[in-house]
Design a protein around this ligand. Structure first.
Ligand SMILES: Cc1cc2nc3c(=O)[nH]c(=O)nc-3n(C[C@H](O)[C@H](O)[C@H](O)COP(=O)(O)OP(=O)(O)OC[C@H]3O[C@@H](n4cnc5c(N)ncnc54)[C@H](O)[C@@H]3O)c2cc1C
Length: 517
């Protein structure tokens, strides 16, 4: 509640009951209504609140904002994080920022899959370069695939759109019972529709957790029962809810989402069902941190989606922002203070060798990318990489598929360094150069994801190994052998990473096989 109060104080308009108390609704994976929300735009409203609060501090002079600047490396001196090297995205100038501690809150790495619900600019460069400077990277294969996104419409699409999970409160998910049925949804009679989530999971129905809903959508599409031109889609149907509550109530609840869907697909969801398909949405893995949110490099703190903490192999809806807010409001103000109070910091000078070496590493990698002058665009490489990761390290994974993927990623990475084309120079606005650096990092991260997924021979949460499933096709855990955080350490490009296992100890509640039947 403290988090919600803080956000309300920042101006976030959380939904309220008529009497003024905060309203709740249910989300995937929960049978009770316990999620605070702001219509279908909770995330966006929280962002607006956070921006306003930040701008207030900028105005008050307590925060210095350096916009349009990208962190490209971490400065480590005598084992401590002592600053960053950044590049001005407008004039290309490299700058050194010296500090006694560094906090990374650079978000998740979902864009490794190329198509995702994340903003196009989201990337893994900050955490990846910190990994290469010695921070451990935990559970990279734990990624979340969200079931309710607008399906891919063509090869040249650059982004996917999330339809809020809240839609599953009133929308019913179905596909035709018959394989290859290409009739329009309104021509398919009720008894020829398969409400597969309600059928398989009578207790949770359409509100099963995201990983379960996504895998089931994939399964019915693999059976040639998918809908839409590509066959990679399922229906999310509001006709029952509209007949029960009336169109106005549904418009009140989800009008903004319906409008968005109509603008993107040119289909009216009040008249026929929406088409949805799973897409990568969130990454539970990230830099390893302790309870102080400190990474394995002293003085490097990691917050929000960039770290691995809190969610394990599965994140339930609405908890990402709660984690980010708790990290920022309640943990880091104390733990950074403790770190600063408990350590001594030698004077650091920009001309110092370690700093100059870090700047040179950044400069060399920029120059290398610009000097290749090959024939294939950065986006083309990124798209090809995303396809490999999506097919092999997406909704389901197999040992064989992952082994093949590692080989394919390495071959594609080699081609990237021989044949990528990055036009322009380093001294001005050059978005191709920015993307090239990020894609170079995604190549290495993608390989680590596959290695991690290969090593974990069990299914758990979003990590579904086909070899490890129950007779009913559900995820089969193996707590005896895999009850640990897999924290990977960098040992040099081309060298296999080093695995450290942080054993998990459960004293009060013990993990058990999930069932939503
Ligand atoms: C469409 C969508 C809807 C969502 N809805 C919800 C919801 O309703 N509830 C919920 O709990 N969660 C939701 N999530 C998840 C949640 O929004 C994210 O997990 C959360 O925003 C992560 O916050 P963050 O501050 O850790 O990272 P981000 O919000 O990703 O912010 C990271 C920032 O760092 C910047 N950055 C990255 N790398 C660098 C670099 N090298 N140098 C400089 N800057 C850099 C990025 O540009 C970005 O501004 C949603 C996510 C999406 C994509």
């Amino acid at each position: 509640m403290n988090i919600i109060d803080q956000c309300v104080a920042q101006g976030v308009p959380f939904a309220r009951e008529y009497g003024g108390s905060l309203a709740n609704r249910s989300f995937g994976g929960a049978q009770v209504s316990r999620t605070f929300y702001a219509r279908g735009q909770t995330g966006q409203q929280l962002l607006l609140g956070a921006y306003q609060a930040l701008e207030r501090q900028v105005h008050a002079g307590t925060v210095t904002m350096i916009p349009r600047t990208e962190m490209l490396d971490l400065i480590v001196i005598d084992g401590q994080a002592r600053g960053i090297v950044a590049r001005n995205l407008v004039d290309g100038e490299l700058s050194v920022h010296i500090a006694d501690a560094v906090i990374l809150a650079s978000g998740g790495y979902g864009n490794v899959y190329y198509l995702s619900t994340n903003a196009r600019g989201s990337n893994a460069t900050a955490i990846w370069r910190a990994y290469k400077r010695g921070a451990l990277f935990a559970n990279p294969c734990f990624t979340q695939i969200h079931p309710t996104c607008i399906p891919v419409s063509g090869d040249y699409q650059s982004k996917l759109t999330l339809m809020s999970e809240s839609l599953r409160n009133d929308g019913r998910i179905w596909v035709p019972k018959m394989k290859g049925d290409r009739r329009s949804p309104n021509q398919i009679p009720e008894d020829e529709r398969d409400y597969y989530l309600e059928r398989r999971y009578p207790r949770f129905g359409n509100l099963v957790p995201r990983d379960v809903a996504s895998r089931n959508a994939k399964q019915v599409c693999d059976e040639d029962r998918g809908v839409g031109k590509s066959g990679l889609g399922v229906y999310l149907d509001f006709s029952d809810a509209i007949s029960r509550f009336g169109e106005n109530i549904i418009r009140d609840r989800y009008g903004n989402l319906f409008d968005m869907y109509q603008r993107i697909t040119d289909e009216d969801p009040y008249k026929g069902p929406m088409r949805i398909y799973p897409a990568i949405h969130y990454t539970m893995g990230g830099l390893w941190v302790d309870y102080q949110l400190q990474s394995t490099i002293p003085g490097l703190f990691v917050l929000g989606e960039a770290n691995f903490s809190d969610h394990g192999a599965n994140r339930l809806g609405a908890s990402a922002l709660m984690q980010g807010l708790a990290d920022g409001y309640f943990i880091i103000p104390y733990t950074v203070g403790n770190y600063l109070a408990a350590n001594r910091f030698a004077r650091v000078d920009e001309s110092q060798q370690e700093i100059q070496n870090t700047v040179n590493t950044v400069r060399e990698s920029i120059n290398k990318l610009l000097s290749i002058r090959g024939e294939r665009t950065v986006d083309s490489f990124h798209r090809a990489l995303g396809k490999i990761v999506w097919e092999s390290c997406g909704m389901t994974r197999t040992a064989r598929g992952l082994d093949t993927a590692v080989g394919e990623i390495r071959a594609l990475r080699e081609e990237f360094w021989q044949n990528v084309t990055v036009p322009g120079s380093s001294g001005d606005l050059n978005q191709n150069l920015e993307k090239a650096g990020r894609v170079a990092d995604f190549f290495e991260l993608a390989e680590l994801m596959c290695i991690d997924a290969r090593e974990r021979n069990e299914s758990c949460g979003g990590h579904f190994r086909e070899e490890s499933q129950t007779a009913e096709g559900e995820a089969l855990r193996d707590d005896e052998h895999y009850s640990y955080v897999a924290a990977w350490g960098y040992r040099g490009t081309g060298e296999p990473p080093e695995l450290t296992k942080e054993l998990l100890e459960f004293r009060n509640l013990h993990p058990s096989q999930r069932s939503y039947k």
